[in-house]
Write a protein that binds this ligand. Structure first.
Ligand code: TNX
Length: 766
């Protein structure tokens, strides 16, 4: 299929068909392989039926999904009817001779007589129906809609178009999982990798081992019962619920690949059955994010336990692929255990990596004997990978390159490029996540086939997957913010041929998609389009006026602004170049799409002396020596999205850059004390200790560097994980200096986040 987009007879067609006179917008994501616009389109109204062949239950199902989406997103009720159609209709028809690929391809033709979608297989017909829905929802609006004349021939680039949902760190109800599946289906993604077990929770009912969910599904969070934190946190899916989810996904042509993580990330299992562990002692279900030490032991009994678990897993999940994890298994417990070491010698294995390889190989053989295939994280390559294993590459792309060269199938899901737990901007109003930010554009640009692979090796690339780890996403709103619209970028990278991928074209198609999200109450992120309102603070403080620069991350849309407090709209001035405002002022700005629809919520910035002397949590930076950053909420299981604090779990220290200290006599810091619930394994030695003068510690403010002159020492309040405000005098200085704000605390002590820090002039109470 030629991946070109042709435009035939467009001038005539557009005059005849489109009131706005421009070319029709084909706002489809992911971009189809081939789109031709020609002839006239037709108007869809409540009288337009969706027509399927009698007896084709699959086609009827696709038609019903389409009808329900139209009702939900356009308030247009379309009836599903049996063929033959009379009058203009939307026809969904399976046809062995359809001019498309056998698997997952579809053709879609719009003429004055209606729309005809044909495909050879059920999945293709479903994808055609999803494209039909997008063609019928070109912008926010209700009721009848004109569909442009278009001829689409489409098929996916990759057969693994994946999304991983972590239900272990935070638990998602079955309705929430269905929301995720619905969105995947709309994006033509076809693999839901479901991370069901981890240190912090075992989430799948296993009938033979009830303690896994009686004990392993529940944890007691730090600060339980305080500040809105629950007494215990958890949940699990019953086997009936899982069967229903698997069927719901299958109806949408999504395979659910379950993950049972081993031999590490096993603490919840060991908490349930200590005899599965190495030490024989029962740990709690972990409340620490990161790399915990608990591994399964390597006894026959434990291998049998895992085979039993896999038996029940295979009975629930028809997927050929079963994921057995394999990641981040630090081998300390195996090294320290006489029993594991004896087993290693008995099996003639040279080290613990070979032991892990043996362990994974047992599972690979068991799965193969049951007609299934093992997939594991790229650590399964260490110590020799079982020949049949498929490798999911997450530590960058090297795992994929090595594995493909060895002849293994691979799925690309590298961190940080495809990690949805990374922030998507460095905006102050961003929510939780890891640093550094991974932007919409970086998602869009990800290329799944590493250039190190030759053509025959590249055939091993099954596809790509975005991973949503949920340590820092306690609510579905966090999840939606992290997923959308980056999932649009992922979908296009996974589905569309390279030749039609075009970042600017994608941005042009996105406003329609954002409207579809709004119609479905999906809390997508507008971070890529939100207006950045920037000034040189110190210059503004010195002059009493500010030179304002507006921009947004994507560099897309027309930025309109106001300085009179009103909400900016299409009639407000368009930003062309930096402009001056006299302090105090409030600047509001918004990016509008070509049709005038807002691409983001309007943002505002107050420009006055107190705000110019304040740095928010995202405006401060790490102290030298460590580039690790997380943005988190004060409690692990928060129920709202705010507040959040940037922290560095290795160093309780933040830099306030370029503080103008002339006339400054005090400082005010809004801070929070957070639990240190991070397991850092071998990196624990990197945690920096700052010795304090009092048991509860203090905030020490130093000038120029963290070894510089002390300007203030503010005692910290005694107590729990609360938020507090520190105020105090700052020794007076002149000029512009970086300030180092360091919390003294032992390496085992709590973590501190700064919400904001404000410099206070002489003569004003801090
Ligand atoms: C690494 S990716 C992990 C997960 C964490 C994630 C956080 C992988 C195979 N293991 O356990 O949730 O980092 O980004």
């Amino acid at each position: 299929m030629s991946p070109t987009r042709t435009t035939l007879c467009l001038a005539l067609a557009s005059l005849a068909t489109f009131a706005h006179g421009a070319s029709a917008r084909i706002d489809v994501i992911p971009m189809p392989a081939q789109v031709t616009e020609s002839g006239e389109g037709f108007a869809v109204g409540a009288q337009t039926p969706i027509v399927v062949d009698a007896g084709d239950a699959q086609a009827r199902h696709s038609a019903e999904v389409l009808a329900s989406l139209m009702a939900r997103t356009r308030h247009l009720d379309l009836k599903v009817q049996q063929a033959p159609a009379t009058g203009a209709a939307i026809v969904l028809k399976r046809d062995a001779a359809a001019p498309v690929a056998d698997v997952e391809g579809y053709a879609l033709d719009v003429t004055t007589k209606g729309m005809v979608v044909t495909a050879r297989d059920e999945a293709g017909l479903f994808y055609g129906a999803m494209t039909a829905w997008q063609l019928m929802t070109p912008a926010q609006g209700e009721g009848d809609v004109r569909v442009p004349a278009v001829h689409i021939r489409d098929e996916p680039r990759f057969r693994w178009r994946g999304f991983m949902l972590d239900s272990a760190r935070h638990f998602w109800t079955t309705d929430e999982v269905r929301t995720v599946i619905d969105q995947m289906a709309q994006h033509k993604l076809n693999v839901l990798h479901w991370h069901l077990t981890d240190d912090q929770g075992w989430r799948i009912e296993i009938k033979k081992y009830p303690e896994l969910t009686r004990i392993g599904a529940w944890r007691t969070p730090p600060g339980a019962g305080q500040n809105g934190e629950p007494q215990r946190y958890g949940g699990f899916y019953t086997q009936d619920e899982i069967r229903a989810i698997v069927a719901y996904a299958a109806d949408r042509h999504i395979t659910v690949v379950p993950e049972i993580d081993m031999p590490g990330h096993a603490q919840a299992a060991v908490a349930s059955y200590p005899e599965l562990g190495v030490t024989g002692k029962r740990p709690p279900v972990s409340v620490d994010w990161g790399v915990n030490p608990y591994l399964y032991n390597v006894d026959d009994h434990t291998i049998r336990f895992l085979e039993d678990v896999l038996d029940e897993v295979m009975a629930l999940f028809p997927s050929t692929y079963i994921h057995v994890g394999g990641d981040e298994a630090v081998k300390d417990q195996w090294q320290a255990s006489a029993a594991v070491q004896a087993r290693m010698r008995e099996l003639k294995l040279k080290d613990e990596n070979a032991m892990q390889s043996w362990f994974i190989e047992q599972m690979g053989q068991y799965l193969a004997a049951h007609g299934r295939r093992l997939v594991g994280w790229d650590e399964v390559l260490e110590g020799g990978v079982p020949p049949s294993a498929t490798v999911m590459s997450w530590r960058g792309t090297q795992g994929a390159i090595s594995a493909a060269k060895l002849g293994h199938d691979v799925v690309l899901s590298p961190a940080p490029q495809l990690y949805l737990d990374h922030l998507q901007s460095d905006r102050e109003d961003e929510t939780t996540g890891r640093m550094p930010p991974m932007t919409l554009e970086s998602y869009y640009g990800f290329e799944a086939v590493p250039k190190e692979l030759d053509a025959s090796q590249a055939k091993h690339v099954l596809g790509m997957q975005a991973n949503l780890w949920t340590e820092h996403m306690p609510t579905m709103r966090h999840v939606e913010h992290a997923m959308f619209p980056r999932m649009d970028a992922l979908a296009e990278a996974a589905w569309s041929p390279v030749a039609v991928r075009d970042w600017h074209g994608f941005l042009g198609r996105l406003p329609a998609q954002l409207a579809r999200y709004r119609a479905q109450d999906i809390g997508y992120a507008d971070s890529a389009f939100a207006a950045n309102i920037e000034v040189d603070r110190n210059a503004a403080i010195a002059r009493g006026e500010a030179n304002v620069t507006l921009s947004n991350q994507a560099g897309y849309g027309a930025l309109h602004y106001t300085t009179d407090g009103t909400t900016p709209a299409a009639a407000s001035p368009v930003y062309a170049k930096p402009f001056m405002v006299t302090l105090p002022a409030t600047v509001k700005a918004v990016a509008l799409a070509a049709d005038g629809a807002p691409l983001a919520e309007a943002r505002q910035r107050a420009l006055d002396l107190p705000s110019l002397r304040t740095r928010g949590t995202a405006e401060m930076v790490n102290c030298p020596g460590s580039d690790f950053g997380l943005r988190v909420q004060p409690t692990p299981d928060a129920t709202s999205m705010k507040p959040s604090y940037v922290i560095n779990v290795f160093d309780n220290c933040r830099m306030y850059p370029a503080a103008k200290l002339d006339g400054i006599a005090g400082i005010r810091v809004d801070a929070a004390r957070l639990p240190r619930n991070y397991a850092l394994a071998h990196d624990a030695k990197l945690v920096v200790a700052h010795k304090g003068g009092t048991p509860q510690g203090e905030l020490v403010v130093r000038m120029d560097s963290c070894k510089g002159k002390t300007l203030a020492t503010l005692p910290l309040p005694a107590g729990g994980t609360d938020r507090f405000t520190l105020k105090g005098a700052l020794a007076t200085q002149a000029g512009v200096h970086d300030l180092c704000l360091v919390f003294t605390s032992p390496v085992t002590g709590p973590l501190y986040g700064i919400g904001s820090a404000t410099l206070v002039p002489a003569g004003t109470a801090p």
